[in-house]
Design a binder for this molecule. Sequence first.
Ligand SMILES: C[S@@+](CC[C@H](N)C(=O)[O-])C[C@H]1O[C@@H](n2cnc3c(N)ncnc32)[C@H](O)[C@@H]1O
Length: 838
Amino acid sequence: MTGGKKRGRTQRKHFNKNRENVWKFNKKDKPDETGAVVCDDPDTVSNSNPHANTTWQPFSTQNQAFELYYKAQCIVPFEEWDVFINVLRNPLPSAFRINSSGQFFKDIRAQLEEDFAKTLKSDTTNEYEVKAIRPLPWYPENLAWHLNFSRMELRKNQMLERFHEFLKQENEIGNITRQEAVSMVPPLFLDVLPHHHVLDMCAAPGSKTFQLLELMNNSTEIGEVPYGMVIANDVDVQRCNLLIHQTKRMCCANLIVTNHEAQQFPSCHLNSNALDSTASCEGRKKEKHRQLLFDRVLCDVPCSGDGTLRKAPDIWRKWHAGMGNGLYSLQVQIALRGLALLTVGGKMVYSTCSMNPVENEAVVSEILSRCGESVELLDVSTEIPELIRRPGLRTWKVRDKGLWLSSYSDVPAHRRSTILQSMFPAGRIFEVPFDDVNDNTVKTHLNLRGTNCANQDVEDSNISIIDANHDCNGEVSSFPLERCMRILPHDQNSGAFFIAVLRKKCHLPAIAAVSNKIHSHSRDIRNGGEEKTGLSEDNCADVKISENIEESTKLDSSDAKMPDTQLNEVTYENVENIKSVNILKDGDREKKDKGKIQMQSKWRGIDPVVFFEDGTSIDSIKSFYGISQSFQLDGHLVCRNYNVNHVKRIYYISKSVQEVLKLNFEVGQRLKIASLGLKLFERQSLKDGSTCTFRISSEGLLLILPYITKQILFTPLIDFRHLLQNRNIKFTEFINADFSEKATKLLLGCCIVVLTNKENEVSDTDEQKIAIVCWKGKNSLSVLVSETDGQELLQRLAARFGIEKPTPSKSDSAAKHDIETLQHVAEQKEKTEDGVQH
Ligand SMILES: C[S@@+](CC[C@H](N)C(=O)[O-])C[C@H]1O[C@@H](n2cnc3c(N)ncnc32)[C@H](O)[C@@H]1O
């Protein structure tokens, strides 16, 4: 893992935007007589209390509007309300996942099971929990853990110091990922297989993308890449950067990160994707001229986030019913786009971290209504039985401007462009423009769809499903919404989440959409530049088909209205960028950019993606490292620069990513690719006399390791540790004479040192190969691994082989250095030593 001193242009910007500091006193939140901070206006964000005393409270854990809202929605049975709300007011216990793609995941799991789970005693427990740490019972293979203390307690409690250090270090290295327990649930219901094409529509900061990749790469051997791939998309450039940073730790060649509005995710056709997800892998590869469709779609949409109240208590102050109402349209649009991009037979998970039925059941109900027989809401009640969840609601109300609305007929005329008919349980009639809807049509509609009783059809299963359905005396949906899942905080001391699993049974019906200005404007922006890239009517044919599907899933004008509450989430920077490319005429462009734009990608601000086809460099890499024929480099290498002499990093892409990339070129670069593939080679300094321009990157090492036949050394544990501890060792100082001699004979430049427990070779049965990238100088060998990673590796070796733990070296601040700097340090050291010798 390299540090990020010099990031690519796509990764540089806006990396350190902070969350609001919720522990800071906010003047608006003045405490009442009891010392509690109360937001007492049911429909506004917060309100000061005129009787406030001066007792300081960091944040409010009360909001009358919130309580009023969820009590009326009967989110939990009346008798559970107090427990529910009390748990919500308590800080969220921490949770994390062990990254199963990491080399040491078994060691880490064993350390948790054998050491921490036993030594962290019940002093740290609270009224809800007995054990200090425990694996989450519903997560496979003890790979996810629940800690019975919040992040704050972790930091403050002396007793937990060793454990806190462990978490910090493993998180930094990338061996674990801190993630809210309930947020780990949606990918588990997607049933991802190694050959699947998966789209994560709103992916940043990437916790679920990480899980999807793990599920896909799970059974992959070192040096192999599965056929499947993930496209992780997010509209927000800054959050895309976070995602790229997160997933970089996964070291995988089958990920593409894109930056689009999910509801406008581009259509592409793909040579080798299949519409039938049951087709064999070979069959899939042979299919020609298909649209880029996905076997699995994760639709983890932007939401009001009130399920995260325990972790983000600032939401207590901010929450109001309008938040959910304002996001509803966007959520429906994103979900419909997801279904349009799904293969027939494919699965989509719709999820939010909100408890609000308007953002959840109302959205699911609307997409089922729009898609008719083509989409089915799956009953997954028998899957993951250890996970306690409640069935979705069939009835709810809408609240707007302090009014409770039980049906669309209650909505005042001037609010009908915001409060839509489809938000209500009985749903919508989309043939009728909203302004024309009168009481009669609503009644007809209710007669057609709103006749079921809330508790009807709720399946009686013996798993941990608690029936929270009820009759709120309003409209009732006829869809089997009890098949949705709502995870509530007091059931298993967690946050809250909503999940629905959908399956596409056949192609979506073509529903004529009402065209409108907003719609065509956004289409113009999205498709703009197409003429300039020369996409003809002919080669556009498949795309056109997909556009029709797309059209059919568009909402009409009132739905397309962007709610104010959403503006915080969505940045329009990218849209502006696209627009600015489009409005430039070719002539202007030449004058303005003096040809520079030709060297850019279609997407301004994003580096171009270019196949790296410089035969001389590739041949030099192949011969320097003796890369065997069985590792296909040709066609699998990409870079982000047209000028081969300026290429700093070369990325390896899997077969499926290669196909999508080729397709993307064919269709005029519709995909705005922020990042792709696995960094495999980096330009190295030739000052020291190396004959190869590129070194192997630490991130890509395990992929290429089985195929390297030159510049590779096998070392016994004693010298491997010695090297890691000292970071630079003269050949004469190695303990094993044979190793020392072989090191001397390597060519100058990058080399690989592999740990072996045999003499001079690695056994094929070695379960996990442990190797590091090094620099072979004239007199010595230096490690090109950051100090943090080096120390972690030493500790893991100590634990695995039962040897003494190393004391961290007090050498330079290599922890912060990237490989380029490390190489420079190594070269400087060599020079100094040369100077001394001469
Ligand atoms: C709930 S978060 C996603 C969390 C993510 N799935 C994870 O597990 O780390 C919602 C994300 O949606 C993004 N977003 C908001 N509006 C969007 C849109 N129209 N299209 C795509 N992404 C959007 C936000 O930037 C945010 O990163």
